[in-house]
Design a protein around this ligand. Sequence first.
Ligand code: CA
Length: 226
Amino acid sequence: MARILLVEDEEKLARFVELELTHEGYRVDKAFDGRAGLEKAEGGGYDLILLDIMLPGLNGLEVLRRLRKTSAVPVIMLTARDAVMDKVNGLDTGADDYVTKPFSIEELLARIRVCLRRHADVDGPEGALAIADLTMDVMRRRVERAGREIELTGREFALLKYFLENKTIVLTREQLLEKVWGYDYLGETNVVDVYVRYLRSKLDEPFDKKLLHTVRGVGYVLREDT
Ligand code: CA
């Protein structure tokens, strides 16, 4: 069964979440501050990390930033209500998802399932994906084009990965939302356009050949120019 590390300084909440996760069959470890959490996370062996942002010692964003230097383990951030900047920063730093406090345990469990499922695909046998001179080493979380490394945020990486897995296939915004963002974002399709723009500025604009094409009225497709 999946091993989850919970980094949360509110001990009552941590105990409650641990109890519920254990009940669902997950194996749970806890850390109550940022430094202890980072140390445990870097020790490895976890399938998923639940990371509170407001933590003593190191805050959650700093823990995530340091952890991402060595690990692609899925991370769900626990954020305070209305802390929009935290969510944006968390996703940019490489969080896979976030849950806003106070959350229902059903919501948390649903996010955990989505996150673990998405990552199970990543850890599949094919470690590398490619099109033209663009390559993605999924396990090492590394993207290169024409031999040059391209730095992507967590969400950009997930979006590009989905494009690569479905190269030459036209994908609708709704499909991309559902597969890359998960059920909870349904309806806000313009977030897809924003992230496609980010990807283009990193993947296409510095190079001669365009790979990410708009299909008017439908969506997007990753393919070599013909
Ligand atoms: Ca806290």
